[in-house]
Design a protein around this ligand. Structure first.
Ligand code: GAR
Length: 194
């Protein structure tokens, strides 16, 4: 069985979309894959409670308890590796990862970013798209490499930017696209990993 470990920091709606797709589409039976665990850097991340309610293993590790980014990433990797993951999925995991962490999971670490990369890496993507006068916005699933919000693109979803959009309104429109593209991209990568 190919284990998927998902990392979250918040509500975890992308994580839930992947879990739901994995069940509705019988990933275990058809693709030999399952979401084995959901981990967070925040013990109170809303998505952890939902994952637990679904019978999925959860774990949390507070980054503030560590003296350095490296120490946190090393401890996080130990927790991840306990689930022998074929794939590590970042779903709203709001921590910058060290090069060593990225290298450890090279080729099997993916992220979703709420913009049409390479436009708008970093934060406040929706407001920046509105301020720039973009006619379209969206989200990108990409392999994680050492450079922030770079890496080969696996999937993109596009939405219009409409007159009068505020950042939260646009974010909600983009998020609906994220829920559609992320499960598809995860499956695509699982197939590629063989
Ligand atoms: C999503 O919009 C995701 O693209 C974004 O955080 C949100 C998490 O929502 N990720 C980033 O900004 C990463 N830099 P969710 O917890 O409901 O999935």
């Amino acid at each position: 069985m190919k284990n998927i470990v998902i990392l979250i920091s918040g509500g975890g709606s992308n994580m839930a979309a992947i879990v739901n797709a994995s069940r509705q589409q019988d990933w275990a039976g058809r693709h030999g894959a399952r979401v084995a665990a959901v981990l967070s850097n925040k013990a109170d991340a809303g998505g952890l409670a939902w994952a637990r309610s679904q019978g999925i293993a959860t774990d949390s590790l507070d980054h503030r308890a560590f003296a350095s980014r490296e120490a946190f990433d090393t401890a996080l990797a130990e927790r991840i590796d306990a689930h022998a993951p074929a794939l590590v999925v970042l779903a709203g995991f709001m921590r910058i990862l060290t090069p060593a962490f990225v290298a450890r999971y090279a080729g099997r670490l993916v992220n979703i970013h709420p913009s049409l990369l390479p436009a708008f890496p970093g934060l406040h993507t929706h407001q920046r798209a509105i301020d720039a006068g973009c006619e379209v916005a969206g989200a990108t699933v990409h392999e994680v490499t050492a450079e922030l919000d770079c890496g080969p693109i696996l999937a993109q979803g596009v939405v219009p930017v409409l007159p009068g959009d505020t950042a939260p309104v646009l974010a909600a429109r983009v998020l609906a696209q994220e829920h559609a593209i992320y499960p598809r991209a995860v499956l695509k990568l699982l197939h590629r990993l063989g």
